[in-house]
Write a protein that binds this ligand. Structure first.
Ligand SMILES: [Zn+2]
Length: 247
């Protein structure tokens, strides 16, 4: 059967002298691994469309359970600014690694697809804001993938924000108030909880209008990195070490 769908390349690797295996996050059919025959040849029409981070219109053929074959590809955007700095490139690699880990094969995830396309577009257009855009992607993507953190009230007793202090519990998936924590511990500042909520609920457009302190963002992002790590069995993405060193 022949499929035609928008897609974003998550990764590609050489399969033989001329061919490439490419993992594409398609809008209509989710994550699909496919064979791009001849894509390694310089003159191939497919070669530029199988580079990581490319947004394109992909036509592929799949018969029974065979590896799908990429037939045709039209590049819609190369997001070429993403290759201009190491921090941007590794931010994008992080996104691709996260999606490659969490997305099941061949299941439509069109909301996650739209979020990813929007994130790459914003990173490409606002490279100076890449840290906040990446943090917003992390929490929004986790929520859409079924791991939405509970931030409005205590996970255990349901108490709200007013007159209360909270920690973020990775294991419990949300905030826990001081009444529910047996031992003394460092609490989150209220503005950090609001920052998590802002990143989760607001559009990129609105997030970029707000002046967010680097310190608050660093605290919140480290929570998100640990939260993601917890949900992917402690695995460390290859891009993480680079991000630590270059951002
Ligand atoms: Zn509580």
């Amino acid at each position: 059967m022949l499929y035609k769908t928008k897609g974003i390349v998550l990764k590609s690797f050489p399969f033989s002298e001329a061919d490439t295996i490419v993992t594409i996050f398609t809008k209509e059919n989710g994550k699909i691994e496919m064979l791009a025959k001849g894509a390694k040849k310089l003159k191939s029409r497919l070669s530029s469309s199988v580079q990581p981070f490319t947004l394109g219109e992909y036509t592929y053929y799949q018969k029974n359970n065979n590896l799908p074959l990429l037939r045709q590809a039209d590049v819609l955007d190369h997001y070429k600014n993403l290759m201009k700095s190491l921090s941007l490139t590794f931010s994008t690699y992080y996104i691709c690694e996260l999606l490659d880990f969490f997305l099941p094969s061949a299941q439509e995830q069109s909301k996650v697809f739209d979020l990813t396309a929007k994130t790459l577009d914003y990173l490409n257009r606002y490279p100076d804001n890449h840290s906040v855009i990446l943090s917003a992607f992390k929490i929004k993507a986790m929520a859409l993938l079924g791991y939405s953190p509970q931030l409005a009230s205590c996970v255990h007793c349901g108490r709200g924000h007013s007159d209360n202090k909270f920690i973020f519990s990775i294991k419990d998936g949300g905030i826990i108030c001081r009444n529910c924590i047996p031992q003394k511990t460092a609490f989150l500042a209220k503005k950090e909880i609001y920052l998590l909520l802002l990143l989760l609920k607001s559009t990129f457009e609105d997030i970029l209008k707000i002046d967010i302190s680097i310190n608050d963002l660093t605290v919140v992002d480290s929570i998100l990195v640990r939260y993601i790590k917890y949900h992917c069995d402690g695995r460390t993405f290859k891009s993480e070490d680079f991000l630590k060193n270059y951002t």
